[in-house]
Write a protein that binds this ligand. Sequence first.
Ligand SMILES: Cc1cc2nc3c(=O)[nH]c(=O)nc-3n(C[C@H](O)[C@H](O)[C@H](O)COP(=O)(O)OP(=O)(O)OC[C@H]3O[C@@H](n4cnc5c(N)ncnc54)[C@H](O)[C@@H]3O)c2cc1C
Ligand code: SF4
Length: 461
Amino acid sequence: MGKATGFMEIARVENPYRDAEARLRDFEDLHTAQPADARRAQASRCMNCGVPFCQSDFGCPLHNLIPEWNDLLYRGREREALERLLQTAPFPEFTGRVCPALCEKACNLENDATTNRDNELYLIETGFEKGWIRPRRPEKRTGKRVAVVGSGPSGLAAADLLNRLGHEATVVDRADRAGGLLMYGIPNMKLPKSAVARRVGLMAEEGVRFLLNTEADPAALSDFDAVLLCGGAKKPRALNVENARAAGVCFAVDYLTAATKAVLSGGEPDPIAKRKHVVVVGGGDTGNDCVGTALRQGCASVIQLEMMPAPPADRAANNPWPEWPRTLRTDYGQLEAIRLQGDDPRVYQTTVKRIIAGNGRIAAIETVRLKGFDPIPGTEKTLPCELMLIAAGFVGCEEATAGAFGVERNGRGNLMPADGSHHMKGNLFSAGDMRNGQSLVVRALADGRAAAREINEFLKG
Ligand SMILES: Cc1cc2nc3c(=O)[nH]c(=O)nc-3n(C[C@H](O)[C@H](O)[C@H](O)COP(=O)(O)OP(=O)(O)OC[C@H]3O[C@@H](n4cnc5c(N)ncnc54)[C@H](O)[C@@H]3O)c2cc1C
Ligand code: SF4
């Protein structure tokens, strides 16, 4: 059970960020890792409480066996700790970097929670470094073939489990690289693309086939025993204002994709945000990634508009532990903007009233303060803006993919079967954001694995 008094003797220490000025000069990993003794000390803080909420429904969606692997890590039994982690976590190198660590928010130590995410990352990276992670091909093949449409975390997790169960998994993606939003969405500094490529390479060695640059065609997939749709929910919410189609107005994921492509091809001399005044519409996590990316591209300034009021600093009475805290978080991009610009880039209860364009290109915007969702007359302000990034949320999956496979999106734009399962019809299944709406990597992984188990039952008849 870790060290009985560990949490009383040792303070929580997260993997530190690299210095903001240094990290703003590149797109490399935001964090620095800590050595083995620091990790063991952190793992010793897990007190294996009677009811470990961290692995309950309030905590980790994968139900990772957190107290068990923390204890093994504390005792220096790293390889066993990793094996215990891998029983439930398919790709800890992703969740160890980008998971918001729901488990930590549900930890009995509350604000002083055990650093499960950093411990998890340490274990998997140690496993890769020491050669403990080897390709594992299934001993027996079932002869059943499953096509997985989409190579994001849900598709990868499903293909991984189906392959381990002996089925032949083929992942189809229209993108030129596998990973979905892990590759093109989440920026390189948060999740280095080398980590995504390493996992995809490992899966290919284990027998998963990847068909990239390929649009899913139901006719071409008709001879598969099952088809799993994991196409994501990237249909962006558009802005309904004058000049919304002017040049320089861009959806966040398109911008982030282009930025990552540039990083992967060795950088570009004139990145799109360079020397521009940038306005990000949307105060959430995607908006924060846009802020961090625009700063690295050398923008002249960046602000982030948010319609809602700032969340409270502490939990409200109707949001008790162990629920996810709906409190103010200041993420890496916002911290970097504060360091460079002196102020928090977020402007709350404010929206765009009008885009001012010249020669078809955005030049400025008019903002207005809001009371609830209503504009307050007389609060308009004009701001320079040569690049506007829309990160105002998503409205479900693409109609085209759903239509091609003859299934209908529900009222929220998703492919959630009416009975709450993953089974749409015939041999067709759905998982991940395409089924549930835009969510989190860890939820997509858990859902991909749940769909794989359902398909396995279906294939066994
Ligand atoms: C900018 C951004 C940052 C994020 N950051 C985080 C984070 O830090 N932490 C976190 O937990 N979550 C984060 N998320 C959310 C997380 O990335 C998603 O919830 C997760 O990736 C969903 O996985 P998925 O497999 O369902 O779909 P996706 O990752 O969206 O993958 C879907 C794939 O399907 C392919 N596809 C779709 N239709 C077709 C078709 N017809 N034919 C062929 N291929 C097709 C697409 O090309 C894509 O590769 C972020 C999201 C965004 C937008
Ligand atoms: S996947 Fe996320 S919630 Fe689960 S143990 Fe890791 S950090 Fe915690």
